[in-house]
Design a protein around this ligand. Structure first.
Ligand SMILES: Cc1ncc(COP(=O)(O)O)c(C=O)c1O
Length: 368
């Protein structure tokens, strides 16, 4: 039993330090030994308490004070005019893309981007949009390739209206795009009259890895979708930030998609804690990912990506293991991981500490 509703539980305390908020039971962080994703993070005690106490109202009428505050604060953090609370990253990307485009437009995306690969083709179904992909190197598109992908003004062609970027880039291995790279996209997009949407599901991981304020990334975007429910550990939700005009349009599309919420301050209140108090601790996840990658390399398991944030992609075939061997070893040690073929993605997050990684590595070393 967790949280403020169980005052009788002994040894339960909330450690709310400057940068860290941890659930401590007997001075230990609540474990969440699950490498599958940072989406598995559970809300901190402070988030649970905030949800319980949240002031609420009907958000479709604009009456939910907790959502209004979350939207105000988020817009400020990103130095944008407005922001919108949505149920998920997928919905945030969808409403932003719909707000920027018209039926029959073409949009440019990196070929392994989440929007193109993993969002159920929503942009074709909902937006009736054409997709044009550009092959990136480690998630980074060459600006010249973007320029070449923009359609000329010709009666035969659909108009290109939007460039979508992903930072950090998930399937490239949690790779960070630098501010210079973001600027190079912005420059090429604006030279061709395109808007720029950033799928920033993990944009705070990028900012923390670069050691910069997230505004520096945001300045080279028209809209950003950012997830509260991944490394920031909120239970639900994403935000879209942008100009007032584009956010007004996105709000209307959110309603069309059934995302107009009522007393959702209950889920927005943890989101406010996520965005104001959980960002700095992402550095811990990056450190544990590096520790994990170095340890696995020493054991003979190949790390496939350059580990820049909280993701480690591995290939266990060098030690002769199949996915079955990997999954069995993890399960024996009480970890969740989903090996497939000869490898898997391991993601570090709130609830995984340095000591957990060390004992995981010891366990793997014994079994190899
Ligand atoms: C890069 C990226 N964008 C968008 C999403 C979608 O977020 P959600 O699962 O909240 O719809 C994800 C989810 O993992 C993601 O990794």
């Amino acid at each position: 039993m967790i949280g403020f509703l169980s005052p009788g539980v002994p040894h339960l305390s909330y450690q709310t330090g400057v940068e860290h908020i941890k659930l401590t039971i007997n001075n230990r962080v609540e474990k969440n030994l699950d490498f599958r994703s940072d989406t598995v993070t559970k809300p901190s005690p402070e988030m649970r308490e905030a949800a319980y106490k949240a002031e609420v109202g009907d958000d479709v009428y604009g009456d939910d004070p907790s959502i209004n505050e979350l939207e105000r604060v988020t817009a400020k953090i990103f130095n944008k005019e407005a922001s919108l609370f949505v149920t998920s990253g997928t919905m945030g990307n969808a409403v932003a893309i719909l707000a920027h485009t018209h039926r029959g437009d073409e949009i440019i995306l990196e070929e392994r981007s989440h929007i193109y690969v993993n969002e159920v083709g929503g942009l074709a179904v909902m937006g009736q949009l054409m997709s044009r992909t550009v092959q990136g190197v480690k998630g980074h598109m060459n600006p010249d390739d973007i320029a070449k992908a923009v359609r000329a003004d010709n009666i035969h062609y659909p108009p290109t209206s939007l460039l979508c970027v992903e930072n950090t880039h998930n399937s490239a291995g949690g790779i960070v795009l630098t501010v210079d790279q973001m600027k190079s996209y912005w420059d090429v997009a604006k030279a061709h009259d395109l808007n720029v949407h950033l799928d920033g599901a993990r944009v705070f991981n990028a900012a923390v890895a670069l050691g910069i304020d997230v505004k520096e990334i945001a300045q080279y975007t028209d809209t950003i979708q950012l997830c509260l429910s991944k490394g920031l550990a909120a239970p639900v939700g994403s935000m879209v930030v942008g100009s007032q005009d584009v956010i007004d349009k996105a709000r209307k599309y959110r309603k069309m998609l059934g995302g107009g919420m009522r007393q959702a301050g209950i889920i927005a209140a943890p989101g406010l804690i996520a965005i104001t108090k959980m960002v700095d601790r992402l550095a811990d996840d990056h450190a544990t990912a590096k520790l994990l990658a170095d340890g696995l390399t020493k054991i003979g398991i190949k790390v496939v990506n350059e580990v820049q944030t909280n993701m480690v992609y591995v290939d266990f075939s060098p030690v002769g293991w199949t996915a079955e061997d990997w999954n069995k070893a993890c399960a024996e040690m009480g970890w969740k991981s989903r090996g497939r073929g000869t490898g898997t993605r391991l993601v570090t997050h709130y609830g995984i500490e340095e000591e957990d990684i060390k004992s995981f590595l010891e366990g793997i070393a014994k079994r190899v």
